[in-house]
Structures are given as C-alpha cells and as structure tokens.
Design a protein around this ligand. Structure first.
Ligand SMILES: N[C@@H](CCC(=O)N[C@@H](CS)C(=O)NCC(=O)O)C(=O)O
Length: 212
C-alpha cells in the first residue's frame, strides 16, 4: 500500500468547477477515511509526462505508490479493493456494485455526455440530432427512475457505484434535466448530503478559488 496522490488540473474555467472528475476520487477517499494528497498539472500546457499518466491528456489520475492509474471508474475500482466502505467484500454484493459502476459510466454517462456537448454548443434544440440525443438521455432516466424509487443505494449499501451514478446525475440535475424524475433527484440529494461529498466538493472549490 503506497501513498495515495490524486492529480488534477491547476486551473479550470468557471463552468466545470465543482464538477471536475477528481471529485469522484476525493469523495471515495473521504468515504473510506484513507489519507491522500492532491497534486496539480497545468491545464493549458499538457506535458509528455501528463500524457504518460493519462493518454488523453485529461485528469484525474491516481498514484498508489509506484502504480499510476487513470479513468475515474478504474481508480474507484482500485480503491474499492482497499475498503469495504467503497465496495462490499461479499462476492455477490460486490458483483452487483460493479455492474452499477459500469451502468453509471457506460449506460447513463454515455447518454448524458453527448447531451452536454450539444447543450454547450449552443446549437438549436430543434435539430433532429438534438432530439435524438435528448430522447436517448430521457430513456435512460426513465428506466433508472423506478430503480432509484425503490432503493436507497444501488447495491445494498453505499458504494463506488453510487459515487459514479450520483456524480453523473448531479451534472444532469445542474441543467434541470432531472425534472420529471423525482426519484433520481432525491437520490442525488441523498448522495450529495453525505459529509464525504461535502468535503470533496469544498476542497475542489477551494483549489480553484486559490488559482482563479
Ligand atoms: N473518462 C475519463 C474522463 C476524464 C475527463 O473527462 N476529464 C476532464 C475533467 S472532468 C478533462 O480532463 N477535460 C479536459 C480535456 O478533455 O481536455 C474519466 O472518467 O476519468
């Protein structure tokens, strides 16, 4: 077990502040009570060393001793091996949680991300591309709604699956796209009311306040 270091950008524009994906890692580490440090890399000038850690020139990545790992989902799975507070040790529960990790990233974020790209492009919502992407996201939310209406957390107890799903939905909620999906909204409120999220959020905002 090595020292845990999260690397994120030294600065980001105002819009993504509070939503940079290092928050997922901070949140998990706070939930698990594991000590960690945060280091930064330049947002504007991305070095060869940055690409050596994160091949797409993005953040975050985590180093755990001499291991360097990128992709927020992979990082959370890695940390899940370190703490039952993040991933249950019971094999059945663990598999359930892992399936929801992939659902958050590969079924829900897969629909929400193109939606944001279109939203931020400022393109008219009248286009068929917009309508198609909006229907895609709507369908994912509609199917998630009854799941979240009947359970507190995705896989029994709170896990990394909830960190990912809540973080994905939190951004959807920011742009009022969870209206008409009250269980999804309540789930986001429940997850973000956790002290570990509050600490992770405050720390990310504090970093960007100092580098504004
Ligand atoms: N799939 C990656 C996505 C990482 C990602 O989108 N990072 C954003 C910050 S939240 C980033 O680095 N954006 C800058 C860029 O794409 O150039 C993960 O989950 O770690």
């Amino acid at each position: 077990m090595g020292e845990l270091v999260i690397t994120t950008f030294d600065w980001v524009p105002e819009l993504p502040r509070g939503y940079v994906r290092d928050i997922r890692i901070r949140w998990a580490l706070e939930e698990a009570g594991l000590p960690y440090r945060v280091e930064t890399v330049p947002f504007r000038e991305r070095s060869a060393e940055h690409f050596a850690h994160q091949p797409f020139g993005q953040v975050p990545w985590l180093t755990d001793g001499d291991l360097s790992i990128f992709e927020s989902g992979a990082i959370l799975l890695h940390l899940g091996n370190r703490s039952d507070a993040l991933l249950p040790s019971d094999p059945r529960r663990r598999s359930e949680a892992i399936q929801w990790v992939f659902a958050a990233l590969n079924s829900v974020e897969m629909a929400s991300l193109p939606w944001f790209i279109l939203l931020l492009s400022g393109e008219s919502r009248d286009t068929s591309a917009w309508k198609r992407i909006d229907r895609f996201l709507e369908s994912r939310l509609q199917h998630l709604e009854p799941v979240l209406a009947e359970r507190e957390w995705l896989a029994g107890s709170f896990s990394i699956a909830d960190i990912l799903m809540a973080d994905v939905l939190r951004l959807v909620d920011r742009f009022e796209r969870l209206e008409g999906h009250p269980a999804c909204k309540r789930y986001v409120a429940r997850a973000t009311a956790r002290p570990a999220f509050a600490k992770a959020y405050a720390d990310q905002m504090a970093l960007y306040a100092t580098t504004a």
